[in-house]
Design a protein around this ligand. Structure first.
Ligand code: SDX
Length: 439
């Protein structure tokens, strides 16, 4: 049977046949469905893009029903177990795992960019002491655009790669500086001889009472967590990266938009919300009442549910395993027991089972970060650091895709028809009376 679908327009009796590639039809082909020849033609309506492919991509594959996640064809569990974050970052950006020479080059290139201009440090000092680290990260990523005007040549391959290396090298520096600023501490310069995750921990905790948290087991746990968070198809923040990037805004401005989207509590901000939720529940005895509150719509079970996964998020499974290794070093974070009991109860409850709600990547990650001495307001920043790799790979794929152009969705207008402006509106300078008015 040929790969086509046929639609009959019952308004006209006309038949339209569409080619079906990858089990999709091109939305623009719907415009051929008209009643009168000069009609605009039919559109599809899909709020939140629940069933709309915005691009073709070769980066990440998810099978939500089977709980499968692969970067460039490699299964996430294999990558997390046998690779380092820089190796997987190279894979996601370049499409292939690095050989020894390519890995040396890559690490050297990232090290060159592990530094930021003194002006940027001063820029960050302008934030209030209690500024949220995600607000500092989003703003500073955008500010970097003003230091690298060459980055606006987005279609030049070398410029793309230069910006990609710059941002992957600099984002942990900015994140660590934001953390130190929020603690009222001096910035710690990066130590390029350290690994990517180790260097980040060095910049957080060197010369601090928390120095014990630079333990190699914790550094590897962070490396694994970074791998798990690199990319995830066309999620909300990646969609933002592609939308902003499609206007040919430079990658610093585009990634600031992506990081802003990630900060939302329904997206990357969920890991921070999970800890608040566990603190609010407090003890296992309070779980039934909390679950009842979820069913009555008073609150969500944060860290549960997913647009794509209708099965266990494979990343949550790996994070849960990593938690035990972290607790060997830090001591058991009691919240893991509460979280596991919450999961056990929820997975047996019809409300969650019927809606296919399972733990997602955010359910356990915050518990590990807290055990590592990090505060909840840093959790989404820890999501953004590795996700910068995925955003940049997706951005580069978009820019180099001849099928893409500036993103500009349509709408269904449901507002007023033309209305006449009331005669009482004739422009004039504000009256003395209105200027003097105070509430
Ligand atoms: C991330 O997209 C990605 O890939 C994201 C991410 C990535 O790596 O980039 O995986 C990272 O963002 C993970 C998700 C983190 N967010 C949370 O944990 C917040 C809590 N989760 C929900 O807000 C929700 O599950 C979403 C936002 C994640 C998904 O929302 P959808 O796909 O729009 O699903 P929905 O809101 O339409 O829910 C379907 C039903 C609804 O019930 P009914 O109206 O049908 O009765 O399930 C219910 C929802 O009320 N539901 C929940 C729930 N999630 C969905 N009910 C209680 N608690 C929840 N967490």
């Amino acid at each position: 049977m040929e790969n086509t679908v046929t639609i009959i327009d019952n308004r006209t009796g006309k038949q339209y046949t569409f080619t079906d590639t990858h089990d999709t039809i091109r939305a623009m082909d719907l415009r051929n469905i008209k009643v009168a020849p000069d009609d605009f033609g039919m559109m599809s309506y899909d709020p939140a893009f629940m069933n709309t492919a915005s691009c073709e991509s070769r980066i990440t594959f998810i099978d939500g029903d089977k709980g499968i996640l692969r970067y460039r064809g490699y299964d996430i569990a294999d990558l997390a177990e046998r690779c380092s974050f820089p190796q997987v970052a190279y894979l996601v950006i370049h499409g292939e795992l690095p050989d020894a020479e390519q890995e040396r080059e890559w690490l050297a290139a990232l090290r060159i960019h592990m530094g930021i201009f003194e002006n940027i440090k001063k820029f960050m000092e302008g934030f209030r002491y209690d500024a949220h680290p995600m607000g500092m990260l989003v703003s500073t990523l955008a500010a970097l655009s003003t230091f690298y005007p060459d980055s606006r040549h987005v279609r030049d391959h070398e410029t793309q790669m230069h910006c990609i290396r710059r941002i992957i090298g600099k984002i942990p520096i900015i994140a660590a500086y934001g953390y130190r600023h929020s603690k009222g501490l001096d910035y710690i310069s990066p130590e390029p001889k350290l690994g990517y995750a180790e260097n980040f921990m060095h910049m957080l905790w060197d010369r601090s009472p928390l120095e014990h948290l630079k333990h190699p087991v914790l550094a590897r746990a962070l490396d694994v967590l970074f791998i798990l968070h690199i990319d995830h198809e066309q999620n909300c923040s990646t969609n933002a990266m592609r939308a902003v990037g499609s206007s040919e805004a430079d990658p610093f401005l585009s990634i600031a938009g992506a990081a802003a989207a990630l900060a939302g509590p329904l997206h990357g901000g969920a890991n921070e919300e999970v800890l608040k939720m566990l603190d609010e529940i407090g003890s296992i005895d309070n779980i039934p009442a909390f679950i009842q509150g979820v069913k009555e719509g008073h609150h969500k079970l944060m860290g549960f549910g997913h647009r794509v996964y209708k099965n266990y998020d494979p990343r949550a499974r790996i994070i849960k395993r990593t938690a035990e290794e972290v607790f060997e070093v830090t001591g058991r974070n009691k919240k893991i027991d509460l979280a596991m009991e919450l999961e056990r109860i929820a997975l047996a409850d019809e409300y969650f089972v019927s809606r296919k709600l399972y733990p997602n990547v955010d359910f356990y990650s915050g518990i590990i970060y807290e055990a590592m001495g990090l505060e909840a307001k840093m959790f989404t920043v820890l999501f953004a650091i590795p996700r910068a790799v995925g955003w940049l790979a997706q951005w580069q794929e978009l820019i180099n895709d001849p099928a893409q152009k500036i993103a500009r969705p349509r709408q269904i207008y449901t507002g007023y028809e033309r209305r006449k402006l009331p005669d009482s509106y004739t422009y004039g300078a504000p009256s003395e009376e209105s200027l003097a008015y105070t509430r």
